[in-house]
Write a protein that binds this ligand. Structure first.
Ligand code: THU
Length: 160
């Protein structure tokens, strides 16, 4: 028997103004699309903006449904839009932000487990890390250099 330790590293920015200028712009695009979310049930809006290697930014937001499980998270709306429209381009960066209508989100809001698995598929497919920046409505921004930092022990197609 042995124990293994799994290491993750997150860079913490105190606020959006500390981000590199291009990432700040990407986060602003995530904020803009967040406000267009369809979230009449949770009143919790999420926006995601992806920067591709051709310079194009693909965005998405959460889309809810009266049959709750039929809704979808912002991150998967965005990454599937990128995967369907630009299948040959690599995703370099992803910016995520959330805002609740009930209280101020002042802590970073990370992507849910299902979204991490979906993002993992594309990071492995493109054989290049995706930088993931995430925040709430205000306050700190967390940066993961790779999806691996958010989802250790990834299940991927090599296991099939
Ligand atoms: N949501 C996202 O869009 N991304 C996440 O990673 C977590 C949750 C959405 C789904 C639902 O519309 C609302 O937030 C509340 O769970």
């Amino acid at each position: 028997m042995e124990k293994i330790k799994i290491f993750s590293e997150i860079t913490v920015y105190n606020n959006v103004d500390e981000l590199p200028e291009d990432v700040k712009k990407l986060m602003e695009q995530a904020v803009a699309i967040r406000e267009m979310a369809y979230a009449p049930y949770s009143h919790f809006r999420v926006g995601a903006a992806l920067k591709l290697d051709n310079g194009i930014v693909v965005t998405g937001n959460n889309q809810e449904n009266a049959a709750y499980p039929s809704g979808m998270c912002a991150e998967r709306v965005a990454i599937w839009a990128a995967g369907s429209q630009y299948p040959d381009n690599k995703i370099l960066q992803m910016a995520i932000t959330a805002r609740s209508e009930n209280h101020t989100l002042n802590q970073p809001v990370p992507p849910c487990g299902a979204c991490r698995q979906a993002i993992a598929e594309y990071e492995i497919k493109q054989d290049k890390n995706i930088e993931i920046y995430f925040m709430g409505e205000v306050g700190k921004v967390y940066k993961a250099e790779s999806l691996h930092d958010l989802l250790p022990l990834i299940f991927d197609g090599s296991d099939l």
